[in-house]
Design a protein around this ligand. Structure first.
Ligand code: C5P
Length: 303
């Protein structure tokens, strides 16, 4: 058995997030386009003697609210993979966090996807992709996307992923917010806004055309997020952050997923650097990041 495996786990953003009326199981039907971006947590696993444990480190991100017990999604991923193979293995999991917590960037989901990949490699299981995707879907709606990364349409409750053709790279400025937003709370607010009568969502052709063309000027007006009005209703102060990015010349700004992180589309790496510099002042202690997309999904980088 390897002595340790380290997996890089990317953040995701939603380029569009179409949301339908709540289903009987409490989830909402989604028509979304995910993109994995170059902002990574590292998830390291090592064999443990008897019991699994989990530790977290971070330089900038506030990790006070991240559980370090078996309720952590990465720990649950390790347990789920072991149970799936009928093996009894314990691991030390260490997560180095760079992705803001409860930010709408799928930080917890991507750590879970990474834990599946890391334990699969550590235990030498070679689990078929389809089985890993099914386990990922049990852990959360966007965990399957985090396994594959890139750019992909998400259907169902977000767990059914189909890769999308894109050309070139897109440059994003990511502006985290110090106060996390609860995803269920944002969906509940969405239900109140739409009175449970939202239309069935679809992915727009203009977005797919812009991605195929690799043209950020086309992509800007095609970005959309049905959860944005609900997130802004819960956090009206985010409106000013969105406006600031546009004043600072980004092509477009959008709330990421259920928020509160805002992301800004830029023309190039240099343009993104300039927009990020001008947002430093509103960013505060959490800082502001430049990230390119698309990038790969959860992938072994050492071990
Ligand atoms: O799937 P996941 O555990 O990440 O979802 C977290 C919560 O987000 C769910 O409990 C639900 O309240 C909400 N959600 C939803 N519809 C989706 C995905 C998530 O209502 N498609």
């Amino acid at each position: 058995m390897a002595t340790q495996v380290v997996v890089a786990a990317p953040a995701k953003i939603n380029l569009c997030l179409g949301v339908g009326p709540v289903r009987e199981d409490g989830f909402h039907p989604l028509a979304t386009v995910y993109q994995a971006i170059g902002l990574f947590d590292d998830v390291r696993v090592r064999p443990a003697e008897t019991t699994t444990s989990l530790t977290i480190s971070s330089e900038r991100v506030d990790v006070a609210d991240v559980p370090t017990d078996r309720t952590n999604l990465a720990w649950r991923a390790a347990d789920l993979l072991a149970a799936h193979h009928g093996i009894d293995e314990a691991v030390q999991i260490h997560i180095h966090k760079r992705i803001p917590v409860a930010g709408g960037l799928a930080g917890g989901s991507t750590d879970a996807a990474a834990a599946l990949v890391a334990c699969d490699a550590l235990w030498g299981l070679g689990t078929p992709r389809e089985e890993l995707l099914a386990l990922a879907a049990q852990l959360g709606s966007d965990v399957p996307f985090c396994l594959g990364g890139g750019t992909a349409i998400g259907g169902g409750r977000g767990e059914l992923v189909t890769p999308v053709m894109t050309r070139g790279r897109f440059w994003w400025v990511v502006l985290p917010d110090p106060v996390g937003l609860s995803t269920p709370a944002v969906y509940a607010e969405f239900d109140r806004h739409t009175d449970g009568a939202a239309p069935q969502p679809e992915v727009g052709h203009d977005l797919l055309t812009a991605l195929r063309a690799g043209d950020p000027a086309l992509l800007g007006p095609a970005l959309s997020n049905d959860l944005q009005p609900a997130a802004l209703a819960l956090r009206p102060d985010l409106e000013a952050r969105l406006a600031q990015g546009i004043i600072d010349s980004a092509l477009a700004g959008i709330i990421s997923g259920s928020g509160p992180t805002t992301v800004f589309l830029c023309e190039s790496a240099d343009h993104a650097g300039a927009v990020a510099d001008s947002l430093e002042e509103v960013a505060g202690a959490l800082g502001v990041f430049v990230a390119e997309g698309p990038v790969h999904g959860a992938r072994v980088i050492a071990g």
